[in-house]
Design a protein around this ligand. Sequence first.
Ligand code: AMP
Ligand code: ZN
Length: 489
Amino acid sequence: MMKLKLYNTLTKSLEDVKPNSEGVVTLYNCGPTVYSHQHIGNYRAYANWDILHRALLYLGYRVHRIMNITDVGHLTSDEDFGEDKMEKGGRKLGTNDPYVVAEYYTKSFLSDMYRLNMLAPSGKAMDGDIDLAQLKEWGWIRATASIEPMIELIKMMEEKGFVYETKQAVYFDVSKYEEYTKLSGQRLEDKLVGVRDDVNVDQEKRHPADFVLWMKRYGEYSDHAMHWNSPWGDGFPGWHIECSAMGIEYLGGYISVHTGGIEHIPVHHTNERAQNFGALNKEVVELWVHNEHLQSKGGEKLAKSLGNAYTINELVDLGFDPMDIRWLLISVNYKIPLQFSLEALEGAKNSRLSLTSKLKNKMSIGSIQQGEVLEDFDNRFKMALADNLNMSEAFAVLIEVVKSREAVNDIFATVESFDKVLGLNLIPAVLKKEEKEDLPQAVVEVLDLRAKARESGNYAESDRLRDEIKNLGYIVKDTSNGQEVERIK
Ligand code: AMP
Ligand code: ZN
């Protein structure tokens, strides 16, 4: 079996993915905070990890994957101050019920994931209308559904002496973990630069880098809407604890690959690693893998204020097919910063249409029969995937096979096989008939006249109208389903 290598942020080197003792690759993806619609940048992360999942399966690995959905505890700063994001999201939606906010944006997220043809973390193809009560079976786990394991984990850390309690919160004591900043490579002194001198800062906090495991319903948070009982009083979990708790609860405390965007390196994942160590005294995560961001053309962060943090809906409304978006997001390796603009998306669309039209041309030679996957191309495709998901090479192999002089049936079989990883619905796009809605109005009108002429047996008129349609740029064929048209190329 070809071994897949990924870039490990912790060791700064390429390493083989290592399955657990049962031979299964355990995969954990940091998922969405469901307080607003996810933007195109977020979907770069999910598309990258969807490719990783599919590539592992294609190379023959067994995979157990989960993704969390953050619906509590993520404050507007990634550190421990500010408002709970769910409450902020509620103001936009006109509700003060955080569960309503979470449900609304979870559905929005799932609908985007479905349109972008992502596998569910469970490995199944998604359903267009997933019942939120069934999320766990699909591999998505909500923070609010994991409060118990989080409390258990904090208790374990407490027993080992890694935590302390103040009136406001339970903190992880970073001075107890020598390797605390190893993931980011920062020095602890430098990490403090990012810590705000907040007016609400807890005076009892011992070190500015100590982070919240459990926030009490006290002080600034005395009216916090979501809250649970705990050994430390009524309150809610800190943001980082959910990922450690789920990794231990659902993946057995061994994570082959843990993913997230690069912004998670200095805070969220640094803290998660510390919690794992505090609870189990070992590294839980074998490979920490981070995707570079989708950026603006000028290299800045995508932001609503810059007008470039598009949602999937907005891009579809502009006339893009979700598969154009997917093409753009997966066409480069996850370690390469990718610049987003509508022109870049237009470029992806053209590449996709050019590929499918090449396949259509090949198909016009005759109908497609069962073919064989071309082994040389397939091996090169697998090698590209195994090499740290070298997607530009994988796409180069795809384009090469389409242009090749191999038997058409075999080319189709090979493209269909590659598409198990790419998820671009390439063959269905080729086989799809021209849809009537896309036809110019003039063609639709003449088609209607022709249907009537044929019904009344006026074949001379029918033939004349066929020529008229031809002059409008379309060929009409009479099939058992009625008239079918194809644009003249
Ligand atoms: P959030 O909903 O903010 O917690 O983010 C969800 C996921 O999207 C996280 O894994 C982030 O690291 C990732 N992410 C956020 N912004 C970008 C971006 N511009 N490009 C790629 N990934 C991103
Ligand atoms: Zn996380």
